[in-house]
Design a binder for this molecule. Structure first.
Ligand SMILES: Cc1ncc(COP(=O)(O)O)c(C=O)c1O
Length: 450
């Protein structure tokens, strides 16, 4: 929508975003399963599940009915002065799936809020247990943890200080163990671990509250999967220094092939885990902080975790979450993520062999990324002026494929398209997706590789 054709009053949310990335956004009018239809009658496959969220696709009857039934029975009651069954039942289900060490479940309205709750919980616990000097967090560069002022400080985003510098407390940053251009995944992990140890020595272990990492990277790294060494050594180093580890699984939970991606390293589990997208699956705003009973109960007896938001654990979101989790379990969607993810990854690897724009395929389960390169032999990046993933998004739309493109760090760490189809996709639908992506990549290569 050009500036001149904007309505005088109102209009859609994208009026707030840059005109360079909101030209010709399709106006969606209907959804069914993994497909969306725009007002021109064009059908799209939703290749990234919106922003990596609609795991059950569109129009899931069980979830919608559960929300309606809950709303009719008990629309809202506040968790600070009442209890309700949907809260308890969803907490029970999630804690059982998360397993030992994650017995207590705190609900929020989304991912950023869950990350902030995790940090505030750790801070209150530290103060209440006689460690008030612990306040720093360590995070990866690049990384993404949210859009609130607190989480903006945690994000591995080199452009954030220029805007928010005077207002935000920034975390200590260490290099993310990015595998794409590293000599090996293990070598990348070693660089990150050395930086972790250097940071602890520089600022003092006793001042550090937590290390916060995504066990499978999200959009900020295009589904980077760190070497297992990173998790094992980070756990050892943090435990030795009294530093807590938080896994940001806002994107990876449910879709990595396990309920938690953290379960891939059972000997290096974090202290806290935060989830969001796959729990509400797009039907309700819902985020989760998982914590050990020992810590929650200890703090409850001292001061309590005294902070909350009005919508925390609200009945309709919890009812949606229960139905989503029941669908995930009954249809074995974590297993599907593993099986279909392997199938889809094979298709993406086929595309890489024939399309010179694709320099790497990575990820876990149904959270995958393709690296977009100017020259595959040298893995040359596109540079700051040009956003190849957004160009690919535009080509893909013409082939009936909806991609998610949101460049971070101005392409300094590379460019990618992150692919995360709904977990209800069939193998045939994923083949169709890959075929459309192939055509979009051919068009993009013709435009970008001159
Ligand atoms: C890894 C990760 N952390 C945190 C967030 C923030 O979640 P929300 O947008 O629900 O606040 C996101 C959202 O994309 C994410 O992918």
């Amino acid at each position: 929508m050009g500036i001149a054709s904007r309505p005088a009053v109102g209009g859609p949310q994208d009026l707030f975003y840059s005109t360079t990335t909101t030209e010709d956004l399709p106006r969606m009018v209907r959804g069914e399963g993994i497909y969306l239809w725009d007002d021109q009658g064009n059908r799209y496959i939703d290749a990234a599940s919106g922003p990596f969220m609609t795991n059950l696709g569109q129009g899931n009857e069980r979830v919608l009915r559960a929300m309606y039934e809950q709303g009719k029975q008990l629309s809202f009651t506040y968790v600070r002065n009442t209890r309700h069954d949907a809260n308890r039942d969803l907490a029970d289900r999630i804690a059982r799936l998360a397993g030992p060490g994650f017995e207590r479940v705190h609900f929020t309205s989304g991912g950023s809020e869950a990350n902030e709750m995790a940090i505030k919980f750790l801070r209150q616990h530290a103060v209440a247990t006689g460690e008030p000097e612990r306040f720093r967090t360590i995070t990866l560069m690049p990384s993404y943890h949210g859009a609130t002022l607190g989480t903006i400080g945690m994000n591995g985003d080199q452009d954030a200080p220029a805007i928010y510098g005077p207002m935000v407390t920034f975390s200590e940053k260490i290099p993310a163990p990015l595998t794409c251009r590293a000599d090996s995944a293990e070598a990348a992990a070693r660089v990150s671990l050395a930086a972790l140890e250097e940071t602890i020595a520089r600022v003092g272990a006793h001042t550090i509250l937590a290390l916060v990492v995504e066990p499978v990277g999200g959009q900020s790294s295009g589904a980077n999967v760190p070497d297992p060494l990173f998790f094992r050594e980070a756990r050892r180093i943090c435990t030795a220094n009294g530093i807590r580890i938080v896994h940001d699984e806002i994107m990876s939970a449910v879709r990595s092939g396990r309920f938690l991606a953290s379960h891939y390293e059972p000997d290096a589990l974090p202290d806290l885990v935060v989830l969001a997208k796959g729990v509400g699956a797009g039907y309700a705003p819902l985020g989760v902080m998982l914590a050990p009973a020992a810590m929650v109960d200890e703090l409850a007896e001292l001061t309590g975790f005294n902070i909350s938001h009005t919508f925390n654990a609200n009945p309709i979101s919890c009812a949606a979450g229960i139905a989503v989790v029941d669908e995930v379990v009954d249809r074995d969607l974590c297993g599907a993520a593993e099986r279909l993810g392997a199938h889809f990854r094979g298709r993406l690897t086929d595309l890489m062999t024939r399309c010179p724009l694709v320099g790497d395929v990575r990820g876990r389960g149904m959270l995958l990324g393709i690296e977009l390169v100017r020259d595959r032999a040298t893995m040359e990046r596109f540079g700051p002026e040009f956003d190849p993933a957004d160009r690919l998004r535009l080509h893909a739309a013409r082939h009936g494929l909806l991609l998610y493109a949101r460049r971070q760090n101005a392409g300094r760490f590379g460019d990618w398209s992150t692919l995360a189809p709904p977990l209800i996709s069939t193998a045939a639908e994923l083949d169709e997706l890959a075929e459309r992506l192939g055509r979009a990549l051919d068009d993009a290569a013709e435009e970008l590789l001159v």
